[in-house]
Write a protein of this length. Structure first.
Length: 125
């Protein structure tokens, strides 16, 4: 039987105070596609927040595609990110990138989030 990979409420940042905690003192991973902010949450569950801006992706169709790709990638790496609150912000280049490029970018970000717990604060690619 396949593992349950639904994007449940406990896997999401649901209110502004949760987002604020991450934005205040977060570690950061950044590349041409995304900026990923992450912070320990003291819980066994990883939680995802999306900040996909209209400024960097004008059409709703494009923003929705980015959100789908980020959620799908997060679901696949959820276990590896246990104990982290993560907020993903889009960069302008993400709008034109293929899904494969976006998934590859996010995979690298998730690896940095895992290794970043040991103390490195910012990684640029």
């Amino acid at each position: 039987m396949m593992a349950d990979r639904r994007f449940r409420r406990q896997s999401r940042l649901v209110d502004s105070s949760a987002y604020s905690r991450v934005f205040k003192k977060a570690e950061r991973s950044r590349d041409k596609m995304f900026t990923v902010l992450y912070k320990e949450n003291g819980e066994p569950e990883a939680r995802l927040g999306l900040a996909i801006s209209k400024k960097n992706c004008r059409l709703a169709v494009g923003r929705n595609r980015l959100k789908r790709v980020v959620r799908e990638s997060f679901r696949h790496h959820h276990a590896d990110l246990a104990g982290l609150d993560v907020v993903v912000l889009n960069q302008p280049a993400a709008m034109q990138a293929s899904n494969k490029v976006l998934f590859d970018s996010l995979h690298k970000h998730w690896q940095r989030c895992r290794s970043g717990r040991s103390g490195q604060s910012e990684t640029n690619a």
